[in-house]
Ligand binder design. Structure first.
Ligand SMILES: *Cc1c(COP(=O)(O)O)cnc(C)c1O
Length: 387
């Protein structure tokens, strides 16, 4: 057969600057390339494989479900979808959930929900959605609009109207922007923006302002959710209960899923025929997500906190590190000497996969990574950072 990399380069649209690495298989926190070389994974497929590669329990549930019932459409009830919705609501305190296929789709759903909520109560003229500078909310036309980074607002005009950006921490600007708004969307830790955690006091003030003005507070937990920060939802660290939370990445443990969680305020905003998704709540995907939620118990969450502290300790005592940011096992490292992109490339050569976000090296290891792989990965990374 012809070289896989050159086939891919010829036939897959070149929207990704792929690393020169063909991954063939993986187990736990280690994967193998086409020559049998092993790599320790600090990426989780960008925060997706929270149980690591091909977790046995997850793979068994997914394959059993694939043999039983693959897809029904949302015209009918299925057990895995109902079970997942119940579990998610019971664990998070939300009332209802809408299932889609991705983070961007979840955020689109949340934006639609917020605009409808406001329209129902106040009529037209309150459609504005406020987001933060340096945020990332997805790649669709509307979620690009929601993304508070100029670099994403090119080429694809006209973008969806009605978005305004406020610098994180600027309470005055936020107060002004919230006039005429139906929603504020925040990431508690800005992932693509460089793994930057929001200030706790700013979050508290923003939340209070939204509540006072009846503006929906929407948490984009596509990356921070599902145990990544040591809590099921990152909002728990900030002591707030967003009106709406979106999830995706880690929720499916490796299969595409997105979710919009709505609290009491917005629970009946979207009715029959107002929103939908062909694949949303797919039984096979939900079977995997059910395993993810079951496994994310207090013990695993405590492990995440502990492992996150270990990662931070190793980095803070490494001389090649300028600063360390993030929360739990979502870590951003500002290197002193090397460029983040060069570090990621060098890491591949040494058998370690890491991510970048802006000028940071971004680490999102599988939540289940064992101590041996974690230590070995940190040895490799700190050596690179020092060198
Ligand atoms: C990845 C990400 C998205 C987009 O998710 P997709 O599944 O790629 O559409 C949206 N918001 C945040 C915070 C993300 O990290």
């Amino acid at each position: 057969m012809k070289d896989i990399k050159s086939i891919d380069r010829q036939y897959v649209m070149n929207t990704y600057a792929r690393f020169d690495l063909l991954i063939e298989s993986g187990k736990g926190a280690v994967c193998r390339d086409d020559e049998g070389k092993e790599y320790i994974d600090f990426t989780s497929g960008i925060g997706v494989n929270c149980l690591g590669w091909c977790d046995d329990e997850w793979a068994d549930a997914v394959s059993a479900q694939a043999h039983r019932l693959n897809h029904t459409s949302n015209l009918y009830f299925t057990e895995p979808c109902a079970a997942l919705a119940q579990k998610l609501c019971e664990r998070t305190g939300y009332s209802k959930v809408f299932f889609g296929n991705s983070g961007a789709e979840a955020n689109e759903g949340a934006i639609k929900l917020a605009r409808k909520y406001s329209y129902d109560k106040y009529g037209e003229g309150r459609s504005k959605v406020v987001t933060l500078v340096n945020s990332f909310h997805g790649r669709t036309i509307s979620t690009l609009s929601a993304t508070g980074q100029d670099g994403y607002h090119k080429w694809f005009f006209p973008f969806t109207e009605g978005f305004e950006y406020v610098a994180s921490g600027d309470v005055k600007a936020l107060a002004n922007a919230l006039d005429g708004a139906c929603a504020l969307i925040v990431e508690f830790v800005q992932g693509e923006g460089g793994v930057v955690a929001l200030d706790r006091d700013f979050v508290a003030e923003a939340y209070a302002m939204c509540t006072a003005k009846d503006v929906l507070f929407i948490a984009d937990e596509v990356q921070t959710g599902m145990g990544r920060t040591g809590r099921l939802l990152a909002s728990e660290h900030f002591g707030v209960k967003p009106d709406v939370t979106t999830l995706a990445k880690g929720l499916g443990g490796g299969l595409p899923i997105g979710a919009v969680l709505a609290g009491e305020k917005a629970v009946s905003t979207l009715g029959a025929g107002m929103h939908g998704s062909t694949f949303g709540g797919n039984p096979v995907v939900c079977a995997g997500a059910n395993v993810v939620l079951d496994r994310l118990d207090d013990k695993l969450l405590a492990d995440v906190t502990r492992k996150g502290e270990y990662i931070r300790l190793r980095l803070e005592s490494c001389e090649g590190v300028a600063s360390v940011g993030g929360l739990g096992m979502m870590v951003g490292v500002l290197p002193k000497r090397k460029k983040a992109a060069d570090i990621a490339k060098e890491a591949i050569g040494r058998g370690l996969l890491v991510l970048t976000a802006k000028d940071r090296v971004r680490l999102l290891p599988p939540l289940t990574i064992d101590a041996v792989a974690l230590e070995k990965g940190m040895d490799i990374l700190t050596e690179i950072l020092k060198g």
